[in-house]
Design a protein. Structure first.
Length: 104
């Protein structure tokens, strides 16, 4: 099932996340709202699922770092057929985050 969640501020979109079951099909934050917690808010909402996955381009270091800071880890790396670009499959398990918070 596909689902989209949008955050708005005074009627204007700040960003959205598109889901297909437990797969994050896309997360977008409007320029001007980046770096102000919008992405974190969106990810926090979808983290209510026990397991999430997504793909991020290896060259998009900012996105990879963001997802890692949110508790995702790189499961594997592959070459995307359509673009020839390297991309990571990143996953989040609720139990992984619980282990991290207990060890701090």
């Amino acid at each position: 099932m596909q689902k989209c969640m949008c955050l708005r501020n005074t009627g204007r979109s700040r960003g959205f996340v598109g889901m297909d079951a437990e797969y994050i099909a896309g997360l977008f934050v409007v320029e001007g709202h980046q770096g102000h917690g919008t992405g974190h808010q969106l990810i926090s909402e979808v983290k209510r699922k026990n397991r999430l996955s997504l793909h991020a381009y290896e060259k998009n270091a900012g996105a990879v770092a963001f997802y890692q800071a949110e508790g995702f880890h790189i499961e594997n790396s592959m070459t995307e057929k359509e673009t020839g670009e390297q991309e990571y499959r990143m996953v989040f398990h609720e139990s992984d985050e619980s282990k991290e918070s207990c060890s701090k």
